[in-house]
Design a protein around this ligand. Structure first.
Ligand SMILES: O=C(O)CCC(=O)C(=O)O
Ligand SMILES: [Fe+2]
Length: 216
């Protein structure tokens, strides 16, 4: 998407993690980065989510946009809470700082024009899933990149299920990519291009933060 000349003229310091994301997305529309967030931050964000759950502050996720929502249990079964950056505490501030650094890099090196972001915590109890969908179906064509940060316990076992499946279009058909929701892992993909689903959680509780980088 750019060359070193661009990097020099924009005065951005080369960052290999961000470069990998840009390169992966250019080639295949998605990227996986393990240990994107520091481990302690993952632990603290998970604790935040568990407290919200315990205090009954999570709401059943809905389909539709934020002003016109309806709950359809056979499409998605997760519980969510939108994050409010203005009310963020120290832990969430660290999270938003990490996201902002990536946005700055994308805007300066690839001129992606990302102006907004929105994130929510998500908890999938055992037995829940999110059927195949496109993230821009919710009347939101401003979503450019989808990001999912997995916050599962360190001992999360892949037999717990809850894999994210990304349906990568190929020449004659599609190639399903199975991604385990391992703690500390970030998955980032093009919201307008890739259909995906969350397979049923077979055991345990699946924790994450999901969000979107948006234009306009
Ligand atoms: O949690 C995941 O792996 C994906 C969630 C998702 O697709 C969504 O919230 O739109
Ligand atoms: Fe999605």
């Amino acid at each position: 998407m750019h060359n070193n000349q661009t990097l020099q003229t924009t005065g951005v310091e080369l960052n290999l993690t961000y470069e990998k994301i840009i390169e992966d997305i250019g080639r295949q529309h998605w990227s996986i980065i393990d240990h994107f967030l520091p481990q302690q931050l993952v632990t603290n964000l998970r604790a935040n989510l568990q407290v919200k759950h315990k205090e009954d502050n999570l709401k059943k996720a809905a389909i539709g946009n934020r002003t016109n929502e309806y709950i359809v249990k056979n499409i998605r079964g997760d519980f969510i809470q939108w994050m409010d950056e203005k009310k963020a505490g120290p832990i969430e501030n660290l999270f938003f700082k990490e996201v902002q650094l990536l946005i700055q890099y994308l805007n300066r090196t690839c001129f992606m024009g990302i102006l907004h972001k929105e994130f929510h915590y998500a908890l999938y109890p055992q037995g829940t899933f999110y059927k195949r969908h496109l993230d821009t179906f919710q009347n939101d064509d401003r979503r450019v990149l989808s990001m999912v940060f997995y916050l599962n316990e360190a001992n999360w076992d892949i037999t717990n299920g809850g894999d994210l499946v990304i349906y990568q279009p190929i020449k004659d058909g599609e190639n399903p990519i199975h991604i385990h929701p391992l703690p500390g892992r970030l998955v980032i993909f093009e919201s307008q291009v890739l259909e995906h689903e969350v397979l049923p959680v077979l055991a345990g509780e699946r924790y994450s933060i999901t969000g979107w980088l948006k234009t306009r």
